[in-house]
Design a protein around this ligand. Structure first.
Ligand code: URA
Length: 247
């Protein structure tokens, strides 16, 4: 191959990789190993996913962690400025052995006052969704990406997510549910380390350390735009089917 052809090929490859990156693809599978080198049943993960998994196993989710030990580690947290404005730190609620975990964004006013996630208007809608799935709030586990209320319910900023999200990730890993529902952009993008919009992430399962994760719209978005309810229900039907198949 001549020098010009090689440059053209490299340019096309770079464009292709940039397109993939913009679509939220954050890694490519390693080249298939010769059969003799591949352990039976081994699933080859893309390198960044494997690195993430190892990092989480090594640092964020020490073996034997429980929801209580993670809560104790969180303590009277002052890792970011949200601590200054909180009434209560909102850790999580529900069954420590839940088959299904819901992850939201962060506490609002009602949650900050009561110290429990999803108890305000969006929470009432989430409870209805859970019940429509044939489950109860006490059967599932509910937590948020950030544990303290952002002022005026603004979006959490990257530094707050950075400081706090390890606790949510450890909660999920301690429970190891059969499925995770990520409610809205912040939960989905944090869990999946993706920048892809929620409208493109939702509708199909993604992998979170071997646990199927369904991103869907946040209940607060449904309160603003009722037409999104149909999509959320389609997503929840897939989750119900998966849970039913797993017995
Ligand atoms: N919105 C969230 O994302 N979490 C809550 O706990 C309440 C509202």
């Amino acid at each position: 191959m001549g020098g010009d052809e090689r440059l053209e090929l490299l340019g096309a490859l770079r464009d292709y990789l940039e397109d993939l990156g913009e679509s939220g693809v954050d890694g490519l599978p390693l080249a298939a190993a010769p059969a003799a080198e591949q352990k039976h049943g081994e699933q080859r993960l893309s390198t960044p996913v494997r690195e993430r998994s190892e990092a989480l196993q090594e640092s964020a989710a020490p073996v034997g962690e429980t929801l209580e030990s993670i809560r104790a580690d969180l303590g009277e947290c002052r890792r970011c400025a949200l601590a200054d404005g909180r009434t209560n730190l909102v850790y999580g609620v529900g069954n420590p052995e839940a088959r299904l975990v819901f992850v939201g964004e962060g506490p609002g006013r009602d949650e900050d006052i009561q110290g429990e996630p999803f108890v305000g208007e969006a929470g009432k809608l989430l409870t209805k969704i859970i019940e429509a799935m044939g489950l109860g709030r006490s059967e599932v586990y509910i937590c948020n990406v950030v544990k303290c209320r952002p002022p005026q319910n603004r979006d959490p900023i990257p530094a707050e997510i950075e400081a706090c999200s390890q606790f949510m990730l450890r909660q999920v890993m301690a429970i190891r549910p059969k499925a995770i529902v990520a409610l809205g952009k912040f939960a989905a993008q944090t869990l999946l380390e993706s920048k892809t919009p929620i409208s493109r992430l939702r509708g199909s399962f993604h992998d979170f350390h071997g646990i199927p994760l369904m991103p869907t719209y946040h209940p607060a978005a449904l309160l603003r735009d009722h037409s999104l309810k149909r999509d959320v229900w389609e997503d929840m039907k897939q989750v119900m089917k998966l849970l039913a198949e797993q017995g």
